[in-house]
Design a protein around this ligand. Structure first.
Ligand SMILES: [Fe+2]
Length: 141
């Protein structure tokens, strides 16, 4: 399988955000692998973990945006959407007794990596010019 890979072009100019993105990419790749391998044992917990880490990451990102005074309302909606979709995936998995149709498996396995790649490139990247006027290791108080 292909999977996402973090590369310098994905850097948004902040160490905390970049390292979270690397971690999220690893998690999403793992989940896609589980979906494709029909690993129904590990998947529910992996989705649970993703939900947790994504919300921790989103909160961190929002804090940083606030600290650098970057308008974040629209961006925040995109985060809420993702969390809702992950919740939906979890519900769907339970409803189907852990067994998705091939179509659903294909859909969900692409959904997460597409969302993450597009989100980093379109939304997170908008903060880059401003983030770059701060040190790379900038952390809000
Ligand atoms: Fe974001």
């Amino acid at each position: 399988m292909m999977g996402l890979a973090w590369a310098e072009e994905l850097s948004v100019g902040n160490e905390l955000i970049d390292s979270d993105h690397k971690k999220l990419i690893t998690m999403v790749n793992g989940i896609e692998y589980m979906i494709r391998a029909r690993d129904n044992f590990a998947l529910p917990q992996a989705l649970e973990q993703l939900e947790h880490w994504a919300s921790v990451h989103f909160a961190k990102e929002e804090n940083i945006a606030r600290a650098i005074k970057f308008p974040f309302d629209q961006h925040s909606l995109a985060h809420k959407y993702l969390l809702k979709e992950v919740q939906h995936m979890k519900d769907e998995l339970v409803a189907k007794d852990g067994i998705w149709s091939d179509g659903a498996a294909e859909h969900y396995s692409k959904f997460l990596s597409d969302w993450l790649a597009n989100h980093v490139i379109d939304a997170d990247m908008q903060m880059k010019p401003l983030l770059q006027s701060y040190p790379y290791d900038f952390k809000p108080d």
